[in-house]
Ligand binder design. Sequence first.
Ligand SMILES: Cc1cc2nc3c(=O)[nH]c(=O)nc-3n(C[C@H](O)[C@H](O)[C@H](O)COP(=O)(O)OP(=O)(O)OC[C@H]3O[C@@H](n4cnc5c(N)ncnc54)[C@H](O)[C@@H]3O)c2cc1C
Length: 1012
Amino acid sequence: MRSLQSEIEQRGARIFELVDQYPESLFSKAGFYQRMMALSMRDEQFKVQMFRFVDVLPSLRKSGDIVQHLEEYFAGMHNGFAPVIQTGVRVARFVPWISAFILRRNVSGMARQFIAGKSCEDVMKTLRKRRAEKIGFTVDLLGEAVLSESEADEYAARCLDLLECLARETQGWTDPLGKDSELFPVVNLSVKISALYSQMNPADPTDAIAHLAPKLRPILRRARELGAFINFDMESYAHKNITLQLFKTTFGEGEFKDWPDAGIVIQAYLRDAEADLRNLIDWGRARGTRFTVRLVKGAYWDYETIKSRQNGWNCPVYFQKPESDVNFEALSRVLLENESIVTAAFGSHNVRSIAHAQALAEELGIDRSCFEFQLLYGMAGPIKRALVEMGYRVREYCPVGELLPGMSYLVRRLLENTSNEGFLRAKFSENVSAAELLRDPKELVRQNRANLPKATIPATTEDRHHKNGASIESPPGDIYENSPLVNFVYQETQEKMRTALREARNRFGEKYPLVIGGEKVWRDKLTPSVNPSAPKEIVGYVAEAGIPEAERAVKAARAALDKWSRTPFEERARLLEGAAAIVDRRRYGLSALEVFEVGKPWAEADGDIREAIDFCRFYAERMRQIGRPRLTQHVPGEESYQHYWPRGVALVIAPWNFPIAILCGMVSAALVTGNTVIMKPSEQSIVCGAMLMQIFEEAGVPPGVLNFLSGPGSVIGAHLVDHKDVDLIAFTGSREVGLRIWESAGITRPGQRELKHVICEMGGKNPVIIDSDADLDEAIVDSIYSAFGYQGQKCSALSRLILLEENYDRVMERLLSAAGSLRVGNPEEPGMMVGPVIDEAAYKRIQEYIEIGKSEATLAYQAKEVPPEGYFIPPTIFSGVKPNMRIAREEIFGPVLSVIKVRDLDEAFEVANGTDYALTAGFFSRSPADIDRAKAEIEAGNVYINRSCTGAVVGRHPFGGFKMSGGGTKAGGADYLLQFLLPRVVTENVTRHGLAPEETPEYRDEFLWPQR
Ligand SMILES: Cc1cc2nc3c(=O)[nH]c(=O)nc-3n(C[C@H](O)[C@H](O)[C@H](O)COP(=O)(O)OP(=O)(O)OC[C@H]3O[C@@H](n4cnc5c(N)ncnc54)[C@H](O)[C@@H]3O)c2cc1C
């Protein structure tokens, strides 16, 4: 008996033989598409620009715009194709309408290679041709990202129409193979689950299924009546668990339990894939009815790797291409070994993967009529023909839809065809030998592992935070690695959060003391902290400080200063790292507390805790970099060293909206730089403040170095700001209080030693501009999130959406329906996007602004249903807003968005910059020139292009604004610690009678901590 490998080689060779009889036209040299692909494969820069151009083209309506984009994308290219491209651009400039016409035609032609038709009637022409070639079909409806429930309903309705049409048009058609055909209905529809519900949140599978199942049932019912097959496509990893669960839930229902014509996709590039497949098979056996699995490698590899790296998540996909191939083969075996309950559909263009499935089926004695191969429309035509000729069942996956919504699909296909790793490129463009293409992927995995450079081997836990290889030339954020966000896609993390919420609830009503000079201080008066979602619930009580406690705290901090300021910075840095480790350990508990005390949705609360950890670790590393006295310049005979002393006693006054992160950030910066600290949390988040105190105590902060005072800002805050013994005030909060502090700190009081230094971060009135060529799928999702995430209570939140006349109607239509689909409610429930505002005062103030908005502008949208109890404000959008109106100028700090219509981009920038504030701003565009302009012209401390304008990450997006938004400091940035320090330079003449040491060390430590 021949080995499996030699069987694979023999079958593979046969496929290649047949393939070579019909060369692949996609990779031949003629035509626009072919030339573009060839250039893309030779030049990465061209490829990026070309695919971006293809992506934007369908959204451009004027010829001039098309030519302008062509010029912007390609005119600056300096590579071998530059002369050709530049000539093209020059011609295009000369006769824009002809050029635009030609470009459009070419890109449409390219799209037509991968998109089988615009409508059902259109696609039928293709399906009929394929029928003649004995190739079956599954049809997939292309669509824009679904942003609202009306768009989701429309998708469901289109699925139903498509089913009807396909069934009608294919009456009398039979299975091309004619054997075991009952397993393979002729009409086969592939459904994208995310397109059926706009608010799908990985943290909340129950909600998703509750919304998805009712939309699916009519489609399934009709499919069953029509004898059609329904397949659930698999999308990004965030949706995977919900899709699997939905499949099992709906097909486990009485009505569908005995229906075999259902399938789902398993992606072999996922490390979870085998567990998921085995679980599905167990489910199938328990259900007792056959079902189908389409096995693929997966279409979102780049997206998943980028996303997980950005968030610090374990990457769900394999890193090496041959690992995906190996897994595909392992899963092929699992599928075929369970053929009695699951029908296999192998979705691949890779001849090795295909030949393996064939050989394995043969080995297991499974007839070729019992499974099928599926390939994509427009790809690997010769392989499809070869498989048909070999007597296998082949089905083609045919996307149907318009060009604009089809762009993301088209770009995915272009990437796949040009990928360095891809089979099709290797075979049809690079003519890699058959032997190489048919090699066992296990061998390649072994070979790749052996050749892996040492640096890619995972660092120790210690190294995770102090990033390997960072040097003085590295970007400042590279000195450490951000803590990962919790990924709520897993049941385990959801469960941990639920348990933490239960436990936090059990601690409701606990009492917490002040901490002064290391002592717990109780007062008769206790301040209650309430749950804004249910104001009758008291989250906890904290002792309320008055003036005497404030005085005691100043004395304690002063007394501790001498020793703390001389404590080696390494020790202080370790204190921060100890605190970070404790925050990390208590992560879920702290997040749960935030859900209750300040109404944060799960992911927002977790983001806050992550930021606190990051502040501690980042500042610890920064202190190590700047702590030692450093030579200022090499000059013979003289040595000058600059180093830093702490400023003294720091007063930290923090807001409630990032109740642990911002408090922890300011406190940790002050501590690591050697200042002693009085920390005063916001009155609305005192329990979070008490927790942070506990954490620093547990980490070992010495008595008096950190003192915890909770009490009314107007009493103790004001007293401490004016205090002669307070040297530094770090404040984040409202403009009103910030300006008062700034002014008061300017007055020098009797006995004051230092000029008071103020670090002041205040509010914003943040604009987002949507350019005429922006990708609306992204722009609207991100704008909605920026405006309404955490109820608009972030200083970075979007409050002025600036739209160009040209696309105003298109944006508004989708924006308003997207807002109308938001989930508003108690954030204790996972996946809630809009929770309550912080307290009654905020509630009343925001309502007043809504009334002002109604009198000044037009109420374009307001949510109707919000919970009756709690401080819930319905998401509200005003249109017809003019830049001089109050709602366009004043910070509202709630879920209220003003939309301002402008003539053009000049006016857009003028409006964006026309307020007192300069904190964050966003710009959505696909024009390189407009993006450059935005980068240069928008007045904001943090300008975000093509992404939401909230969610700054420590080290990555140093955060803070100017004008009336703040004093120009950047929390989480390389320079931040300098605000807490006084620079000092010590110069020594080291010559003696003309004799000077030849070498001067770069660093000295001797005079950093003088003995006393
Ligand atoms: C009919 C059909 C339906 C499909 N439906 C879906 C679907 O619902 N959901 C979905 O996600 N995909 C789906 N795909 C798969 C996807 O779109 C790609 O076509 C497929 O992954 C390409 O694999 P291949 O075997 O043809 O080519 P190959 O060239 O052998 O493999 C390419 C694939 O390898 C993987 N890969 C690339 N680089 C790496 C790396 N460095 N490390 C690890 N793995 C890597 C990627 O998955 C990449 O797509 C479908 C494919 C077909 C043919």
